[in-house]
Design a protein. Structure first.
Length: 298
């Protein structure tokens, strides 16, 4: 991105801050290309959310300069957003460092509380974890990431610390591959064209052709097996969870250490258990769907 382009972005941001009802109309993506926005698009809201997203597991405490850099803002704009968020109770400041307050969880709770699948799945996932003696998770796809919406951890401690709300790259996870493999073809083609395949371990698939081949196998076999691609020593198996209409709406997995046995043994052991659990969740979804009032069904 050129300095001139960056300056134009920052000017647009400051304009949007001064008049949050004004739509800038054109923004610039990370590659420096212009992105046309709807006339109703409020860029100041986009930038405010970018400030919140600047904080993550690796950077839970940031300076003003850090936030400005990660959110792509001027220091002045970042300062205004941070102080606004602080006044609303979403951010705290200890003098030099900024961090999120627990109140930010309200933003995600509204979404999670409206999800039916995690509520219906938890009991079945607890039984799955008990039978396999491994952690069980449920996730949905959010653009290029999987988001965990339910989790039953194993008693042993893995180095990957995961909880509800955790986001991981879809291409390197078993649940992500299940969800990608069942995505609309046009969307998937676009994803494969733009995704940056970063190696998390020496085993991570990092070419588009290999990923496309792996996704074809997932669609054909009905499950995904990922062998140490996110973390060395960690294997996972996932299956789809479908709505009453047959659409894949989530993915569920079990993860385990390589010491549990060979890849073939883990697949043979976990896939039937996962499918049994997915079928139980889907049966509950059908019952729930039948009980909905006719007006709610459409």
């Amino acid at each position: 991105m050129t300095s001139r382009t960056r300056r134009s972005i920052l000017v647009a941001v400051d304009v949007a801050i001064c008049d949050p009802t004004r739509s800038v109309g054109v923004t610039v993506d990370d590659a420096g290309g212009e992105v046309q926005r709807n006339a109703e698009f409020v860029q100041s809201l986009e930038r405010g959310l970018a400030v919140i997203r600047a904080f993550d597991a690796d950077d839970h405490s940031l300076t003003l300069s850090d936030v400005a850099h990660k959110a792509g803002l001027t220091r002045a704009a970042a300062r205004r957003f941070l102080h606004t968020l602080a006044e609303l109770g979403y951010v705290r400041n200890d003098g030099r460092q900024f961090s999120l307050n627990p109140r930010v969880l309200e933003l995600g709770y509204a979404y999670l509380s409206g999800l039916i699948v995690p509520e219906l799945a938890m009991g079945h996932m607890e039984e799955l974890a008990s039978r396999t003696h491994e952690s069980a998770s449920l996730s949905v796809l959010d653009e290029e990431m999987v988001v965990y919406v339910a989790r039953v951890p194993a008693k042993r401690i893995m180095t990957v610390q995961i909880s509800v709300g955790t986001r991981l790259p879809a291409y390197a996870t078993s649940m992500g591959r299940v969800l990608l493999a069942h995505s609309p073809k046009d969307w998937l083609d676009g994803y494969l064209a733009r995704v940056a395949l970063r190696p998390h371990t020496r085993y991570t698939v990092t070419t588009r052709q290999r990923l496309a081949t792996a996704l074809d196998a997932v669609h054909r076999n009905g499950y995904a097996f990922v062998d140490q691609e996110l973390e060395e020593g960690l294997r996972s198996v996932a299956v789809p969870v479908r709505s009453p209409s047959g659409t894949v709406i989530a993915a569920m997995n079990c993860s385990t250490h390589v010491s549990r046995g060979s890849a073939e043994k883990i697949v043979a052991e976990f896939v039937p258990e996962l499918r049994r659990t997915a079928e139980a969740i889907e049966a509950d979804l059908k019952v729930k769907d039948r009980k909905r009032p006719a007006s709610a069904a459409g």
